[in-house]
Design a protein around this ligand. Structure first.
Ligand code: AHR
Length: 342
């Protein structure tokens, strides 16, 4: 064997060894159900393998189960985790910020790969978010923003709540012809959607001096509280009320019951605009009891896990990933109801 042939044999041997090494460092097999294209490719020899969904351990600090919207949101997160084979540690805080903080601390202790959180209120998160950052665990805000410096979270996935408020205000001014006395059911005090929907609505009606908000109170995003506060509005203002603006459909549905029990017709005597576009709102529109619903998309599971995987693999993600949303009126309700997923 001459020198050239010896070199050839050595080179082929080295290549074969490298290929064997490559197989041993290949990433864990992706989940059976994870569709092709959602699986990370094997890394070239010498590089760290990209993580796949099957490698991911994700902690999710959910707010609770206050509305139809939240139920759909939780289902979307859980179903998608199962579909992709992600290990999900899910916590329901029952509407309490202290429980969400405890959940985040427990995810840090368990060294999850990514934490998702939907902050019940905007303030009071800096300390615990900093703890996650110090532990090297990326945090994704889902559905709601928190008032913290931008370096404490990697991205916010969710709606433009100010725009939702503006859309509701525009719809209300069209429905009322620019004139009328409005009562407002505000969401959870201090929450991003309540703050922003409050602001956006006022921005949109400001050009109509004939539109007046005569009362505004929190119904905490629940049906029961929406009904209770609407009863109090009716007691104080009765027939004076021309319209109701509710920050979510659940409170509007609770209020509809209160209006009927008071002896007035919701959707006619009192016009109603609310936000979320859940199935219950479409049913109320078909019955003529609701005049408009502005969409807020809860089906955030697929985008959330996609972002989580990108983040753990060191890919750059946008600081805000907005959801796409529409506005719906009674004329479209019957046709669209069967197509609604929540
Ligand atoms: O954060 C989104 C809001 O929270 C929804 O509009 C409401 O229904 C939910 O509870």
């Amino acid at each position: 064997m001459n020198v050239r042939n010896v070199l050839y044999v050595v080179l082929v041997g080295a290549l074969m060894l490298a290929m064997v090494g490559c197989t041993t460092v290949a990433p864990a097999a992706p989940a059976a159900e994870a569709p092709a294209g959602e699986q990370a490719a094997a890394a070239p020899a010498g590089e760290t393998a990209a993580k796949t969904y099957a490698d991911l351990v994700v902690g999710y600090a959910q707010i609770g189960a206050e509305s139809e919207w939240r139920t759909a949101n939780t289902a979307s997160i859980k179903d998608e985790a199962e579909r992709l084979g992600v290990e999900l540690k899910f916590s329901d805080a029952q509407q309490k910020q202290e429980n969400q903080i405890k959940a985040i601390r427990s995810f840090i202790a368990q060294q999850v790969d990514v934490i998702g959180v939907s902050p019940v209120v905007e303030t009071g998160w800096e300390t615990v978010f900093q703890e996650a950052k110090d532990a090297g665990i990326p945090l994704i805000l889902v559905d709601r923003r928190a008032a913290v410096p931008e370096d404490l979270y990697v991205t916010y996935l969710g709606s433009d709540f100010i725009e939702e408020g503006r859309r509701a205000g525009k719809a209300m001014s069209d429905i009322l012809g620019g004139e009328g006395k409005i009562v407002e059911l505000v969401g959870t005090v201090g929450s991003a959607p309540a703050n922003d929907r409050y602001t956006g609505f006022r921005e949109a009606i400001t050009e109509f001096p004939g539109m007046e908000i005569i009362a505004s109170q929190s119904g905490d995003f629940t049906r029961a509280k929406g009904k209770e506060v609407m009863e109090a509005f009716l007691k104080s203002y009765g027939d004076e009320i021309d319209a109701l603006y509710a920050h979510n459909d659940d409170m509007a549905i609770g209020a509809i019951q209160a209006i009927e029990e008071y002896g007035l017709k919701p959707g006619e005597d009192i016009k109603i605009v609310s936000i979320d576009a859940v199935r219950g709102a479409f049913e109320a529109m078909i019955e003529g009891k609701l005049n408009c619903t502005v969409e807020c998309n809860p089906l955030l599971g697929p985008q959330f896990f996609e972002l989580a995987l990108q983040v753990v693999n060191g890919e750059e993600v946008a600081k805000w990933v907005p959801s796409e949303e529409g506005v719906f009126f009674p004329e479209q309700a019957a046709e669209l109801l069967p197509t609604r997923q929540y």
